[in-house]
Design a protein. Sequence first.
Length: 315
Amino acid sequence: MPASLAAVKHKIDSTKSTRQITSAMQMVSTAKLNQIQHHTQTYEVYAEKVKQMLSDLVKSHSATSAASQDDVYAALFKKRAVKKTGVLVITSDRGLVGSYNSNIIKQTLDMMAKHNLDKDNTVFLTVGKTGTEFFKKRGMNVVYEYSGVSDVPTYREVHSIVKTAVQMYSDQVFDEMYMAYSHYVNRITSKVIVHDVLPITEKSLLEDDETVAEDNAELNNSDVSTAPVSSEYEFEPSDTEIISALVAQYAESLIYGAILDAKTSEHSSSANAMRSATDNADDIISTLELQYNRARQAAITTEITEITGGMTAQE
């Protein structure tokens, strides 16, 4: 076999091996995605119920009494002068996830530029090696880092992240906190979300209520306006203790929910990246096989021509 044909044949074999690997990785990522989606959807129901209860209490003006208590979680409602801003960035520990990490980092940097944040007035809490390495290399102040989040993270596993973020805010390591992560929309699409989470504001709690009210109005599709239903609560042992507990659960649900959402998006991005790699490998193999066959046919034609020429010469 000529050297050129042998080289093409070697490329075809190596590309087929690569395709086999990327196809297997795609199936693994898809299986992980199917597994985590159930956990994410059920947790979203819980988080929404906690938020709805806390929102009802805020609307009834009962939450103001909680803010006056000397409590770590009650303090999450208190807005103070901003000297330092905390940014919790959730990325993956490894690559092979397409543009997943680069999109998160880009949106984080855009947010920092918009709010005039730099390494002097910003501290970072990073989940995932990619984000940790990126910000450390650029001289950013990474005050907390966490890696090794499992494929389907449990609350117990990431409890330290949640507690650390809340405690740092209480200890005034930073005076406000933003969170940047990739939100899973569907198996094809993900959207990077960067938003403020601390301190908790009435606006952030009531935004979803307004959206739900608008959606309900559209579903009713009637000219008769429907008055909103207000919720009333009886407290035992006291409103401040219950509200403080709800604030704790709400703050924790924001961070843990974001980690679940980000991990779901990561598995989706990995599956999409591996599918694209497999498709590209198929295209390369097709091109190489066509090139191989043409070269082989040309070699055969050359041999036949040489044999025919030799026979003619002998005659």
